[in-house]
Write a protein that binds this ligand. Structure first.
Ligand code: SAH
Length: 267
């Protein structure tokens, strides 16, 4: 029998034992066709547990982290954050099997959670040159809250802004049990940044527009770095890094990426 679910709490996904260490994209059938064998978690949160095979998600995340390292992610703090944050808590129960695969996943309302590789790559770019934690960080596009949770391990304070009320609320629910004291979720139009928290040591966007909004650059501290997808041609989007120094602003265009569109207003 399943343990009772506290009122108002969406049952969180369990973790399939079938995705033993080393799960990768394209392995096996679609989530609906795969056997969903639930296993007990080793964490102590109050989420409902289903008893099972004793496998915890730690090992699967360790395999994901080894893969990230093989793909070139080397910052120890970023790798530790990727190991610490349970990505399966942020995706729909039907997609839990794929939570640690290197794939983006739908999170509702037409939006997607980025691939672990992209989250780690962007976090590493943000942390570049910092021996310690980042100071105040602004994330545009909270989505399901996963990347915000990763950033909370790497920064002293995170402001994460989402324009879709449904996702803002979902992220709040996903993050409630984690009780991350240094993460602030905001409902608003991130195109305008969040001037009240400025200046930011780092700004990261999970949605891409025609160009990087001027407000973001304005709200970046001197010595700060911004990492965002931006259009670089018709149907083309690249990761853009903007560094602000006392001498001015420099812009570096990196690899091609594929993010959801940056839109204005709240919906
Ligand atoms: N980092 C997120 C990824 C979410 S996808 C995660 O870990 O789940 C990008 C998000 O950006 C979407 O939820 C989309 O609604 C949001 N977005 C797009 N334009 C925005 C804007 N102007 N302000 C705030 N959020 C925006």
């Amino acid at each position: 029998m399943k343990p009772p679910v506290p009122a108002g709490t969406r049952p969180r996904p369990g973790f399939p034992a079938s995705l033993a260490a080393g799960g990768s994209k394209g392995q096996g059938a679609s989530p609906a066709k795969r056997p969903l064998v639930r296993a007990a978690f080793s964490d102590s949160s109050a989420r409902p547990l289903t008893t099972g095979l004793g496998m915890d998600s730690q090992a699967v995340r360790a395999a994901m982290v080894r893969k990230l390292e093989a793909q070139g992610v080397s910052n120890p703090a970023v790798l530790a954050a990727m190991q610490a944050v349970e990505r399966h808590r942020f995706v729909d129960s039907a997609l839990v099997n794929q939570a640690y695969e290197d794939t983006s996943l739908p999170i509702g309302l037409g939006q997607t959670i980025s691939k672990p590789n992209v989250v780690a790559r962007m976090a590493e770019l943000l942390c570049h040159g910092h021996a310690d934690k980042l100071g105040r960080v602004l994330e545009i596009g909270t989505g399901c809250g996963y990347q915000a949770a990763v950033l909370s391990h790497l920064s002293r304070e995170v402001y994460s802004i989402e324009r879709l009320r449904g996702l803002h609320e979902r992220a709040r629910e996903n993050l409630r049990m984690l009780r991350i004291a240094n993460l602030h979720l905001l409902l608003g139009d991130g195109m305008l940044g969040y001037p009240r928290g400025a200046p930011y040591a780092a700004i990261i966007a999970a949605a891409g527009g025609e160009d990087v909004p001027a407000a973001w650059v304005d709200q970046l501290a001197v010595g700060g770095r911004l990492v965002a997808p931006a259009a670089t041609g018709p149907g083309r989007q690249n990761l853009v890094v903007i560094d602000k120094t006392a001498q001015g602003v420099s812009r570096t265009v990196l690899e091609a990426v594929h993010f959801v569109p940056l839109k204005s207003g709240i919906a």
